[in-house]
Design a binder for this molecule. Structure first.
Ligand code: ZN
Length: 250
């Protein structure tokens, strides 16, 4: 076997049909045959030709009308739909959609991480989540008085401090979805007691106010009946407050 023959056999075994010299020769030959790329002048000319060609608003409106008219026919709509079914999204488009979704996700993650790096944001969020739990461990003196009133009047289906969502309900009859909230006038910035003269209190309790508002909306949206007993109402007429609760329970 000549060395050339051996080399040829070896190439055949490794799947390489052509010698490196042959490959280079082919490459050189093909290079000459490749289409010349557009010259800058040519590209500019194409671009200039295209840029002048935009639809007039009238033309666009006419196209819209024509499409609308065509699609008014259910059969035509079905034909379009069938045609589209035959043309599934191309892998290229799919990849594009996929990468756009991933980019959006990455952006969201980055944004959240940046927010989370801010200690005040962290504290606020965690506080919101554990807010309900924090509320649980201290029924106020007023709350205890109202609870005693309810129990004394035989309204014993109420449970103290029931967590619902991110909130803690003062007294909840879970079966009937009735909730009694006991609001201290100062802490909840009572609109009657905390008047113009006590603006400071309102400012101080701004956070409480926002949370009360959100809680009311949440309870309403989740089918709860809310009875709010304010401190001043209880002080003036406890029997009337109990009566209000009884009326709702029916
Ligand atoms: Zn009040």
């Amino acid at each position: 076997m000549t060395p050339e023959h051996r080399a040829a056999l070896s190439r055949a075994r490794t799947g390489k049909k052509h010698s490196p010299e042959h490959c280079q020769a082919m490459s050189r030959a093909l290079r000459g045959k490749k289409k010349a790329p557009f010259s800058d002048a040519h590209r500019a000319a194409i671009s200039a030709g295209l840029s002048g060609k935009t639809w007039t608003p009238e033309h666009k409106a006419a196209m819209g009308r024509s499409v609308k008219a065509r699609l008014a026919d259910p059969a035509a709509r079905k034909a379009v739909s069938d045609r589209l079914k035959g043309h599934p999204t191309s892998p290229k488009t799919r990849a594009k959609i996929q990468s756009s979704i991933l980019a959006q996700r990455d952006e969201m993650v980055t944004r959240t991480r940046a927010l989370w790096a801010d200690p005040s944001y962290r504290e606020k969020t965690v506080r919101g989540i554990v807010g309900a739990l924090n509320d649980r461990d201290a029924p106020s003196r007023l709350h205890l008085k109202v609870k005693a009133g309810l129990t004394g009047a035989g309204l014993t289906d109420f449970v103290t401090h029931v967590p619902v969502g991110f909130y803690c309900l003062d007294e909840a009859d879970v079966g009937r979805k009735v909730v009694v909230e006991v609001n201290g006038c100062f802490w909840h910035a009572c609109p009657i007691c905390v008047s113009a003269g006590a603006v400071r209190a309102v400012v101080r309790n701004k956070r409480n106010l926002g949370r009360d508002k959100a809680k009311r909306t949440y309870l309403k949206n989740h089918g709860w009946t809310l009875i709010e007993i304010w401190e001043h109402e209880w002080e003036a007429d406890p029997a009337g407050c109990i009566q209000r609760v009884r009326a709702v329970l029916g």
